[in-house]
Design a protein around this ligand. Structure first.
Ligand SMILES: C[S@@+](CC[C@H](N)C(=O)[O-])C[C@H]1O[C@@H](n2cnc3c(N)ncnc32)[C@H](O)[C@@H]1O
Length: 279
């Protein structure tokens, strides 16, 4: 297979952009090449990028399959449990104290790259646990976005195999999920579900958001090139209220200009606080 054909690779990226609107050139090249190679191998069209491009043109549904392969949806409830504990015990108390000081009752969270919903629902469960009855004193919204429409429709359904819940302790399962199909599947209860609003959104080319108190963007930037990571971190800075929090993945790093715009409040869990514009 000719994977060092840089010209063919560039051309293929351009075709994907033209046909799907997804700007693959912002992903890491090596990552993208591996994902494309997997698809080419799977369908036995693996002599050149050009041959694969011709296949794509004859079989347009392959564009969707390819994009599925590029946007890996691996996720989990309470993924990196220590991060969510820090969210619960460090971030929420500080956020609530700031809200009280400002006499604000609105709490806006963004789960960027939410996959099939396990991250935003975990956030919802934790807010429920931590705030208890005080939850009703707030207007809480968790905006959950992803580029992948299929993942989003699974997220909206909110139904998961029993296997997906195996790391959640039993008391939490019974409190926040209803068994369906004779215990093989579980549906997230409405008290958490109604906190979350799902929306299709491309972090590369989509509209810019604002006025969030907290952004989770975990295990998404890892697939992106350095330049996009830098731009995205600045977008997150702009999307946050003064003093807002950003939580990135444990293997991801704060980079570029954004380094001076956030203070790290938990190094291990990669939790950052936006410095206010006047500080
Ligand atoms: C590995 S999952 C991470 C899910 C979750 N944040 C977590 O940590 O468990 C990465 C998600 O990023 C999404 N993604 C990839 N490229 C994206 C883009 N350009 N815009 C928005 N989401 C994207 C994928 O569709 C996928 O659902």
């Amino acid at each position: 297979m000719i994977l060092n054909d840089e010209f063919g690779f560039k051309l293929l990226k351009k075709k994907i952009l033209d046909r799907t609107g997804v700007d693959c050139s912002k992903y890491k090249d090596n990552y993208l090449k591996r994902r494309i190679a997997l698809r080419m191998k799977a369908i036995g069209v693996d002599s050149s990028y050009n041959e694969y491009y011709r296949f794509l043109e004859k079989n347009p549904s392959e564009y969707d399959t390819l994009l599925d392969g590029i946007t890996i949806n691996v996720t989990e409830f309470f993924r990196d449990v220590d991060t969510f504990n820090a969210f619960k015990n460090e971030v929420i108390p500080q956020l609530l104290a700031e809200k009280t000081k400002r006499k604000s009752k609105i709490l806006r969270v963004w789960s960027a790259g939410c996959s099939i919903g396990e991250e935003p629902y975990t956030i919802g469960i934790i807010l429920h646990e931590k705030l208890g009855p005080a939850l009703n004193d707030f207007i809480i919204s968790i905006q959950a976005t992803d580029i992948d429409r299929k993942a989003l429709s699974a997220a909206k359904a909110g139904i998961y195999d029993a296997d997906a819940l195996k790391k959640i302790d039993k008391s939490r399962v019974s409190k926040y999920f209803d068994a369906v199909d004779g215990n093989d599947k579980y549906r997230i209860k409405d008290k958490v579900k109604h906190l979350v609003r799902f929306q299709q959104h491309d972090l590369i080319s989509g509209k810019k958001f604002s006025h969030f108190d907290l952004i989770f963007c975990r295990n998404v930037m890892i697939y992106f090139g350095r330049e996009l990571q830098r731009t995205l971190l600045l977008d997150f800075y702009d999307a946050l209220n003064d003093g807002g929090y950003l939580i990135i993945g444990r293997t991801e790093t704060m980079t570029g200009e954004a380094k001076d715009k956030f203070v790290c409040i938990n190094t291990r869990e990669r939790i950052y606080k936006k410095t206010s514009k006047n500080s």
